[in-house]
Design a binder for this molecule. Structure first.
Ligand code: NAD
Length: 484
C-alpha cells in the first residue's frame, strides 16, 4: 500500500500589474501616409476590452486616403527597389532594433488595445515582430537564393490587411518580406486594434524610411474592400476570416492583382496513448488558451486516443482550473479579455449551440471582472464530429474533445474539416509522428509542442485556410516576380 503524504499549501499570487506610466500615447492618431501622420475626416475611439474605456481617437481612412497612399507608394517604389540591397536591409534592421528598444511600451499598448495577457505580448508578440524584421533584413541581399537562384523583381505596390488577434506581429509578417523584396506597402490594421500599427508608423518615421514606402490606414471592413478593389495595387496579402477571404478572391477574379490568403482554421491536436501525458496537457492548454483562443491555428479540436481519454481529460480539467483569468496587464494572468463585444457574442452563440446539440460543457469557475469582455476557459466532451463546435472556428477559449481508437481513425478525423491550417501530434514514437504528419492536410504540423512560431519557418494553410506562405524563404516568393 502506498500512502501519499503532501503538505497542502493554500496561497495565491499577489497582484503584479505592469506599469502604464511609461507609455507615450497621444489622444489622437492620424493616418500614416507619405511618411507623415495626416488628419482624417473621421475619428473613432479604440477601446480597451478589459475595461471598456477608450484609449485614443483613431483616424479612419476614406477612399481619397486610399488613393493618396497608393500614389505615395507608387512614387516611392522604384527608388526603394533600386536602393543597393545592403542599404535597403539597413532600414529593416533599424525597424527591428527600434521595435526592441520600444518593446516594453509596445507590449503594454498591445495588451491594452487587444486584451491579451501582458506575458504573451511581452514574451511572444513583440519579440517575434522584431525577429521577423531581423530575419527578412538578412534576406535582402540574398533574394535569388530564396527562390532557387532565379532572377527576380518586386511586384510593386502591395495592399496588406490584417486581423486583430496579433496586431503588431501580423503587421511584421506582412511588411518585413514585402519591403525586403523591394515593394512598397499599404497596411490596413483591424478596426479594434490599430494602436501598435500606428506606433510602428512612428518607428518607420524614426528609421527614416523614404516617405511613401509604408502607409498605414486604419478603418473597417469597408476600407479593406476599397483597398482590395483600388486601381494601382499589384498584390493583396490578407489575413482574416475565410468569409472575407472568399469575398476578396471573388473581387480579384480575372484581375492581374496577385493574392495570398491566410484564413481561419479548426486545427486538430492529436494525443496518442504513448505520449508524455503531462507534457501533452501543457501543450493542449497552450494550444487553445493562448491568446484566449483568438489564434487561427488554435488546437480547438482535441483528438485523444480512447485508452487515455479519461486520464487526459481529468488532467486537463485540473490544469484548466489553475488558469488565472483576469486583468491582462497583470504579469501572472494566463487568460485575458475577449477582444470585443462582437467576438464575445460569437463565442457565446457557438457555446450555446454546443450545449443545445448535446455536448457536455464544463467552464472553469472564476471570478470575472465586472466590466470588459470575458469568457471562462471551457471544455466540451461528448462531442460528435457533426456538432457545430467540432466543425466551426470558435476563436475563443473553448476546446472540443473527440476520441479515436486507431492511427488511421485519428488521421481521418483530423482531416475531416474544410480547413487545413495546423495540427499537433503528441507521441513518443518519432516514426509515428512522421507518418501521421505526412498524412495530415495541414500547413503546419507540430510534434510534441504547439503554437510554436519562428520567423524562419513557413506558415500557411490548405483548403479553406487559404494559400500562400509567410515566414522563412517561402515567405519571399509571394512578393517577387520571377523574371527568368
Ligand atoms: P475579418 O476577416 O473579419 O477581418 C480581418 C481584416 O479584414 C480586418 O482588418 C477587417 O477590417 C478586414 N475586412 C473585413 N471585411 C473586409 C472586406 N470585405 N474586404 C477587405 N477587408 C475586410 O477577421 P477577424 O475577425 O478580424 O480575424 C479573425 C479571423 O482571422 C479568424 O478567422 C482567424 O482564423 C483569421 N486569422 C488567420 C490567420 C492565418 O495566418 N491564417 C492569422 C490570424 C487570424
Amino acid at each position: 500500500m502506498t500512502t501519499e503524504t503532501r503538505t497542502t499549501i493554500t496561497w495565491d499570487y499577489a497582484p503584479a500589474p505592469e506599469a502604464t506610466d511609461h507609455i507615450r500615447l497621444k489622444d489622437r492618431y492620424g493616418l500614416f501616409i507619405g511618411g507623415e501622420f495626416v488628419p482624417s475626416e473621421r475619428y473613432v475611439p479604440t477601446i480597451n476590452p478589459a475595461t471598456e474605456e477608450p484609449i485614443a481617437e483613431i483616424a479612419w481612412a476614406g477612399p481619397q486616403d486610399v488613393q493618396r497612399a497608393i500614389e505615395a507608394a507608387r512614387e516611392a517604389q522604384p527608388r526603394w527597389a533600386a536602393l543597393p540591397e545592403r542599404e535597403r536591409a539597413k532600414y529593416l534592421f533599424r525597424i527591428a532594433r527600434l521595435i526592441q528598444e520600444r518593446s516594453r511600451e509596445l507590449a503594454v499598448v498591445e495588451t491594452m488595445d487587444g486584451g491579451k495577457p501582458l506575458r504573451e505580448s511581452r514574451d511572444v508578440d513583440i519579440p517575434l515582430a522584431a525577429a521577423h524584421f531581423f530575419h527578412y533584413a538578412g534576406w535582402v541581399d540574398k533574394l535569388v537564393y530564396g527562390v532557387n537562384a532565379r532572377e527576380v523583381r518586386p511586384l510593386g505596390v502591395v495592399g496588406q490587411i490584417v486581423p486583430w488577434n496579433f496586431p503588431l506581429l501580423m503587421a511584421a509578417w506582412k511588411l518585413a518580406p514585402a519591403l525586403a523584396c523591394g515593394n512598397t506597402a499599404i497596411l490596413k490594421p483591424a478596426e479594434t486594434t490599430p494602436l501598435t500599427a500606428l506606433l510602428l508608423g512612428e518607428i518607420i518615421q524614426e528609421a527614416e524610411l523614404p516617405p511613401g514606402t509604408v502607409s498605414i490606414l486604419p478603418g473597417d471592413g469597408a476600407l479593406g474592400a476599397q483597398l482590395v478593389r483600388a486601381p494601382g495595387i499589384d498584390k493583396i496579402a490578407f489575413t482574416g476570416s475565410t468569409g472575407v477571404g472568399r469575398d476578396i478572391q471573388a473581387a480579384l477574379a480575372g484581375q492581374p492583382t496577385r493574392l495570398t490568403l491566410e484564413l481561419g482554421g479548426k486545427s486538430a491536436n492529436i494525443v496518442f496513448e504513448d505520449a508524455a501525458l503531462d507534457q501533452a496537457v501543457e501543450g493542449i492548454v497552450n494550444g487553445i488558451f493562448f491568446n484566449q483562443g483568438h489564434v487561427c491555428c488554435a488546437g480547438s479540436r482535441l483528438l485523444i486516443q480512447e485508452s487515455v481519454q479519461h486520464e487526459v481529460i481529468n488532467k486537463l480539467w485540473r490544469r484548466m482550473s489553475l488558469l488565472r483569468v483576469g486583468d491582462p496587464l497583470d504579469k501572472n494572468t494566463d487568460v485575458g479579455a475577449i477582444n470585443s463585444a462582437e467576438q464575445l457574442q460569437r463565442i457565446e452563440a457557438l457555446v450555446q449551440a454546443g450545449e443545445e446539440e448535446g455536448a457536455h460543457r464544463q467552464s472553469v469557475a472564476c471570478e470575472l471582472p465586472a466590466r470588459g469582455y470575458w469568457f471562462a476557459p471551457t471544455l466540451f466532451t461528448d462531442v460528435s464530429p457533426v456538432h457545430r463546435i467540432a466543425k466551426e472556428e470558435i476563436f475563443g477559449p473553448v476546446v472540443s474533445v473527440l476520441s479515436f481508437r486507431t492511427q488511421a481513425e485519428a488521421i481521418e478525423k483530423a482531416n475531416n474539416s474544410p480547413y487545413g491550417l495546423a495540427a499537433g501530434i503528441w507521441t513518443d514514437k518519432g516514426a509515428k509522428a512522421f507518418e501521421v504528419a505526412s498524412a495530415l492536410k495541414a500547413g503546419v504540423v507540430w510534434q510534441n509542442t504547439y503554437n510554436h512560431f519562428d520567423p524562419t519557418a513557413a506558415f500557411g494553410g490548405y483548403k479553406e485556410s487559404g494559400f500562400g506562405r509567410e515566414g522563412g524563404p517561402a515567405g519571399l516568393r509571394p512578393y517577387l516576380e520571377i523574371v527568368r
